[in-house]
Design a protein around this ligand. Structure first.
Ligand SMILES: [Mg+2]
Length: 174
């Protein structure tokens, strides 16, 4: 029952993912959630860390596409400074947005990975689309009201997952 929420990997922060790690798993592109994965939901300016990480990915020719459930105007505004391609209104935990991003990239399932901070949307969506996933810790511990509800269920799901999969653990890379 909880299998559909199981991430492939758990990494403290998206900035810890390197081109070398991705290459070692045959991954050629990153799909990522926006709020609390790439930027703090209440601080859309991003950090120096984010700029540095995006530059490293750009130099390694690894495209980064944002897949967000948020509306297009909000996502476009948040990404203005970053020049990233995106899919808005992605409808995670359904596979739609991930599929649309995959079409943009024209890559098979096993060459993309979905990164996100929520089991209930990002990871479930990745599993629905049949792509590998990386759960990251939310950038800030507080959430928008609608995410707070998900977090309540997420805690229960996570404890079940950890019980059934003792190998699951936070790492500093994939
Ligand atoms: Mg998020």
């Amino acid at each position: 029952m909880f299998k559909s929420y199981k991430p492939t990997w758990m990494v403290d922060a998206i900035y810890q993912i390197t081109p070398e790690q991705l290459e070692s798993h045959g991954i050629k592109a990153i799909l990522t959630d926006l709020d609390n994965t790439l930027i703090a939901w209440d601080n859309p300016n991003g950090t120096g860390e984010l700029f540095d990480w995006l530059r490293v990915m750009d130099q390694a020719k690894i495209p980064v596409v944002v897949v967000s459930n948020n509306k297009a105007s909000r996502v476009a505004r948040a990404l203005e400074k970053f020049e990233l391609d995106y899919v808005a209104r992605a409808m995670k935990p359904f596979s739609l947005g991930i599929r649309l991003a995959q079409e943009k990239l024209n890559l098979p399932n096993d060459q993309i990975v979905m990164v996100g901070d929520q089991l209930m949307t990002d990871i479930k969506g990745a599993n629905a689309a049949g792509v590998r996933s990386i759960l990251v810790k939310p950038i800030v511990p507080s959430d928008a009201w609608n995410t707070k509800i998900n977090r309540f269920f997420e805690k229960k799901v996570m404890s079940q997952l950890l019980k059934k999969n003792p190998e699951m653990d936070w790492k500093r890379g994939i």
